[in-house]
Design a protein around this ligand. Structure first.
Ligand code: ZN
Length: 417
C-alpha cells in the first residue's frame, strides 16, 4: 500500500479535503480522506486531483501544428489535411502519436479518446503511457471497405496487448464521409461488443449547408469525389443521421456547433454525450457554442482538444480556460467535471475514472497550490505550464521518457503561407 499526502485533495465528485491523503494498492485507490498521520509520500503545496481526460483527439496529426492556417474554410482545411497526410509515412505517424502522448502527459492528461485512422500502426507501438481509448475511424467516401470481421479482428488485437490501459471503440467519421450503411455496421458492432461510439457531427456551416440545402463548398467538393449526394437537401446533419437510425443511445457526438431548433427535440432523451473542443472552435473562428443550453437540458458535456491540425496544443487546462473565457457564467467546477467525471461517464467508466473515490483507478495529478480553499477551483482551472507530477494506474509517469526509441527522426512540416 502506498500513501500520498497533499496540502489539498479535490476528488471532483465530493468536496475538497485539506491536508488530504490517498491510499493506493495495485494501481487502484483503496481509501482517501484527511491525512491520519500514517507514513506517506508528502507532495507538499499542491492540490491532488484526478488526471484529466481528453474526450476527443487525433494523435495521428500531432505533427501538423501550425501547418494549416486557422482561418481556412472547412473544405479548404479538409483538402489541406488530405494533402499533408499523403506526405507522411508510417514512421512519421508513429512519431506523431508519440509526440502527442508526450504533450498530453506534460499537461496532466491521463486518459485520451483517440480517433485512430491507422489502427494497423498499433502493431508497432509499445504500451501507451496514457490510458487510451482507440476509436477506430471508419469512412467510405473513397470506397474503403469495413466489415464486422475487420472490426472484430482489430478488437481482439487490442485485447491481446499486454499492459495496454484503456479500451477499443469505433468512430464512424462524420455523415459527409460515412454512409448510413457503414454507420449502422458501426452501431451493430458497438452494441454487440459493448464498445463506445463517437462521431463528428454538425461541425461546420458547410456541413449544415450541404445536408440542409444540398449546396455549398463541401457539397461541391464531395460531389466531385463521387459521393452519392442523394441524402442531402432533406434535413439538418443531426436530423439526417438520426433518421438513418445510425446512432446507439449514449453515443459521443463531437462538435454539435450547427443545430436547428427541431434538432434539440430529436436529441432529447437519447443520453448522448456532447464533446466540445473550445480551442478548435476558436481556431476556426466559430460563433457562440450553446454550452449553457446543453448543460441546462441535461446532456453529458465533455471537453476535448481535437488535433494539432486545428489547435495549438494538446492541453486540457487551455481548453477549460478557453471555455471559461467564452462562457463566464459556467462555474469552474462544472468545467472541471467536463474534463474528469463527464468523459468517464461517457464511456461507461463512471466511478472508475475521473474522480478520487474508493475503487477508482489511481490516475492522479498534482497542481501547485498554496492558497486558501475558497479559490481552489479557480486555482486549478487557471494553472499554466507543465504538470510535473502525473500518475497513471498507480505509477508515476514522466512525459519526456515516452517512446524515445521511436522518436528518432525530427519531424517538421512546412507552415502554409
Ligand atoms: Zn476530430
Amino acid at each position: 500500500m502506498k500513501t500520498l499526502r497533499a496540502r489539498m485533495l479535490y476528488p471532483c465528485s465530493s468536496p475538497p479535503v485539506e491536508d488530504g491523503m490517498v491510499c493506493i494498492e495495485s494501481g487502484v485507490i483503496r481509501s482517501w480522506g484527511r491525512w491520519d498521520g500514517r507514513p506517506a509520500e508528502d507532495l507538499g503545496e499542491v492540490v491532488l486531483i484526478p488526471g484529466l481526460i481528453n474526450a476527443h483527439c487525433h494523435l495521428d496529426y500531432s505533427v501538423m501544428r501550425g501547418a494549416i492556417l486557422p482561418n481556412a474554410s472547412f473544405s479548404q482545411w479538409i483538402r489541406r489535411i488530405n494533402d499533408l497526410k499523403r506526405t507522411l509515412d508510417d514512421d512519421d505517424y508513429l512519431e506523431s502519436i508519440a509526440a502527442g502522448f508526450r504533450e498530453l502527459l506534460a499537461h496532466g492528461t491521463t486518459s485520451v479518446f483517440n480517433i485512430e485512422s491507422f489502427p494497423e500502426l498499433m502493431v508497432r507501438m509499445p504500451a501507451p503511457p496514457v490510458r487510451t481509448w482507440w476509436f477506430y475511424e471508419m469512412m467510405d467516401v473513397r470506397n474503403r471497405t469495413h466489415t464486422e470481421d475487420v472490426v472484430a479482428g482489430a478488437l481482439s488485437f487490442f485485447e491481446e496487448r499486454k499492459g495496454w490501459l484503456g479500451g477499443f471503440a469505433l468512430s464512424p467519421h462524420a455523415p459527409y464521409t460515412t454512409s448510413p450503411d457503414l454507420y449502422r455496421l458501426a452501431r451493430f458492432c458497438c452494441e454487440k461488443y459493448g464498445m463506445p461510439l463517437m462521431t463528428h457531427l454538425a461541425e461546420s456551416d458547410e456541413e449544415f449547408e450541404m445536408f440542409r440545402y444540398a449546396g455549398g463548398p463541401l457539397h461541391s467538393f464531395l460531389a466531385s469525389l463521387g459521393r452519392n449526394m442523394s441524402d442531402t437537401g432533406i434535413g439538418s446533419p443531426v436530423a439526417s443521421l438520426l433518421s438513418a437510425d445510425a446512432l446507439p443511445d449514449g453515443s459521443l457526438l463531437t462538435h454539435m456547433n450547427f443545430l436547428e431548433e427541431g434538432d434539440w427535440d430529436l436529441l432529447r432523451g437519447r443520453r448522448f454525450s456532447i464533446i466540445h473542443c473550445p480551442c478548435c472552435h476558436e481556431y476556426f473562428g466559430r460563433g457562440p457554442f450553446p454550452l449553457e443550453r446543453f448543460l441546462r437540458e441535461g446532456f453529458n458535456v465533455c471537453l476535448g482538444t481535437d488535433s494539432l491540425a486545428s489547435n495549438r496544443e494538446l492541453n486540457m487546462f487551455a481548453e477549460m480556460q478557453c471555455a471559461a473565457r467564452r462562457h463566464p457564467e459556467v462555474a469552474p467546477e462544472t468545467l472541471l467535471e467536463m474534463a474528469t467525471l463527464n468523459p468517464a461517464k461517457a464511456i461507461g467508466m463512471g466511478g472508475k475514472l475521473g474522480e478520487i473515490t474508493e475503487a477508482a483507478e489511481a490516475d492522479l495529478i498534482a497542481v501547485p497550490y498554496a492558497g486558501p480553499a475558497e479559490n481552489l477551483h479557480e486555482a486549478i482551472l487557471t494553472h499554466s505550464g507543465a504538470v510535473d507530477w502525473v500518475m497513471v494506474g498507480g505509477k508515476q509517469v514522466f512525459s519526456d521518457s515516452v517512446f524515445r526509441k521511436i522518436g528518432q527522426r525530427p519531424l517538421s512540416l512546412k507552415t502554409e503561407h
